[in-house]
Each structure stands twice: as C-alpha cells, then as structure tokens.
Design a protein. Sequence first.
Length: 119
Amino acid sequence: MSDLKMGTAEARFADVIWEKEPITSGQLAKISAAEFGWKKTTSHTVLKRLCDRGLFQNQGGTVTSLISREEYYARHSQQYVEETFGGSLPAFLTAFGTRKKLSDQEIRELQRVIESMRG
C-alpha cells in the first residue's frame, strides 16, 4: 500500500465504509447517492479504486475494511512526514509550529506522547 493519498471525495466515501461496515455495495451506492449525489457507477468506481489500493475488500457484495481508519491515518501521516520532511518528525513539528502556537495543554499532551514512545 504505497499510495495512501485519497482525495476529499474518496476520504468521505471511506469514512462511510468505516462507520457502517460491514455494508453491502448496494447500501453503499444508496448512501452515496443520498449524501454525495453520486450515481451507482461512481460509487462502484471509487470503491474499486480503494479496494485496489488495499484499503477495503468487496467479497460477495459485502464491503469491509482491510485496515482501520486509525491505521490508515497513522500510515498516511508517516508517509507524509517521510516524503515532505525527509522522515524528520522534529522538522515537521518545527514547520507546523511556525504557523500555529501550541497551548500549554497541547505541549503537555505532546510531552506525554514523547515519554510514552521512549524505548
């Protein structure tokens, strides 16, 4: 699963699957029509694309995830940091911090995360 990027529409569609799985492809098409104004063919095309990326599977018309939403976003974040900041989390945080100052609570939370990650 090398390409973890999803467009906005794909991400919204994926969220529907994660929230409602297991779900039939027919139910998914109906929800997509109601929520996104999509035709059935659009729903099936996007589903196939996400299945081809290894995020979901469609077996016998029942759609389930192959990885959780949390795992997807963890991998996506890691890929982003690797591609954009050479894998350097400090470089990412520095770039992030130049645009947004952290509150004391956010700093304490980050310190707790860092402490929990120590070997």
